[in-house]
Design a protein around this ligand. Sequence first.
Ligand SMILES: Cc1cc2nc3c(=O)[nH]c(=O)nc-3n(C[C@H](O)[C@H](O)[C@H](O)COP(=O)(O)OP(=O)(O)OC[C@H]3O[C@@H](n4cnc5c(N)ncnc54)[C@H](O)[C@@H]3O)c2cc1C
Length: 394
Amino acid sequence: MKKADVIVVGAGPSGLRTAARLARAGLDVRVHEKKPRVGAGIVCTGIVGREVFDDFGLDRGAVVAEMGTVRLVSPSGTELVYTHPRPFACVVDREKFDIGLAAAAEAAGATVACGGAVDDISVGPDGVEIAVRDAEGGVRRESAAVAVLATGVDFGLQKKLGLSAPREFLKGAQVECSFPGAGTTTLFFGRDVAPGAFAWSVPSGPGRARVGVLTHRDARACLRGLIERHLGGPGLREEGPVRSRPVAQGLLDRTFGDRVLAVGEAAGQTKTTTGGGISYGLACADLAAEAILECFDRSSFGPASLSGYERRWKGLLRKEILVGHTTRRMCARLSDGRIESLFQLARTDGIVPIIRATADFDRHSGLIFALLERLSFMSFFRDVRDRLGPFSAS
Ligand SMILES: Cc1cc2nc3c(=O)[nH]c(=O)nc-3n(C[C@H](O)[C@H](O)[C@H](O)COP(=O)(O)OP(=O)(O)OC[C@H]3O[C@@H](n4cnc5c(N)ncnc54)[C@H](O)[C@@H]3O)c2cc1C
C-alpha cells in the first residue's frame, strides 16, 4: 500500500478531529479503529460545554438534552438545587457525535477504517510502520511519515515508543436507565456512593438517564449501591448493560517522540476534576494538527520538530490538569460529615454566587481558587489553597 502522510490510531473524538484537520489541509490521512464501527460500545455520559459546537464548528444534531439546573445530593440525602443563569452544557449521544466527526474527517478526504487493531508500531529513518490485525487475525503493514496515537486509555503503543502513560486512574461505570425523574440532572456525593469522586444521573432522552459513578474503588459495586439506595424503585428499568472504563488522571511527562505524538486521553488530556475529556481532546487535536502541518512544511519530523505540540498543549491545560488533580485528590479525603457541612454552608452563605460568577464548564481552576479562598477559614481548605499557591498567580 502507498505510504500515507499520517496514520491516526483510534477513531474517538481526538483522533477524528486531528484527521479532519490534516486532511482538510491536503494530507493523505488514514484512521485505524479497532472497533467494528465508529461509536461502538462507548462508555461516556456525553456532557460537553455549550461552546464546544461553535468553538469547533460542530453540528448540534447529536445533542439530546441541555443542562442549566443541577440537583446536588449529600451523603445523608440533603438536596441543593443550583440553577445557572443560562444553560451551560449539552448532553450528546456520543455514538452520533463520533459518527459526525468521522463524517467530517471523511468529507475532508481522510480514510476511516474500522475493525483493525494496530498491534505494533515502529519508527525508522524514513517513516513509521504499523501492523494492523483484522478480526480474522490477518495482519497487514502500512507506513506513513507521522503517526498520531489517539487510543484513549490503551497505552500499549506509546509505551513501546517511550512516550509517557498515566500512572493514576479513576474507575468509571455507567448504565442507561429509565425512571420517573430521569429528566433532572443530579450529582451524588459521599463515601458510600462514590468514594474519591462523585456519581450522577444525567438525562439522555425522554424518561431516560445515564446513571454513572466515578471512583477509586469498585465502580460497578458503587453503581449498584447508587441505584439501590437513591434511584431504586418499581419505576426504574435498566435499558442496557453496565459498562465500565478507567479515566486517566494527571499530567503526562512526554507526549511526543520521533515522528509520533499522542493526543486526547492517550496524552492525559482530561479534566482531573470530573474526568471529562471530549473538549480537551478536540482542542489538543487542533494543536496536534497544527504541529504536524509545520513538520510537513519543513520536511522535518523528528522530536525537535514535534516538541512545540507539547509546549502548546501544556500551555493551554497544564494548570487546569494539576490544580484539578491536587484538589480532587485532597477532596477525596473529605469525610461525609465535612461534605454535609459544605452543603449546609452552600445553603446559607455566599458559595452559590461564587459559583455563578466564576464557573466555567471546561476550566475549573478559577472556581477552585475562589471557593478555596471563601472556605479558607477551615484549615482543611486553607491547606489545599496553600498547596496550590504556586498556581494561583500563573
Ligand atoms: C463513565 C464515563 C463517563 C464519561 N463522561 C464524559 C462526559 O460526560 N464528557 C466528557 O467530555 N468526557 C467523558 N468521559 C471521558 C471521555 O469518554 C473520554 O475523555 C473521551 O472519549 C476521550 O476521547 P479520545 O478520542 O481521546 O479517546 P476515545 O474516545 O477513548 O477513543 C479512542 C479510540 O481508539 C481506539 N483504539 C485504541 N487502541 C487502538 C488500537 N491499538 N488500534 C486501533 N484502535 C484503537 C479505541 O477503540 C477507541 O475507539 C467519560 C468517561 C467515562 C469512563
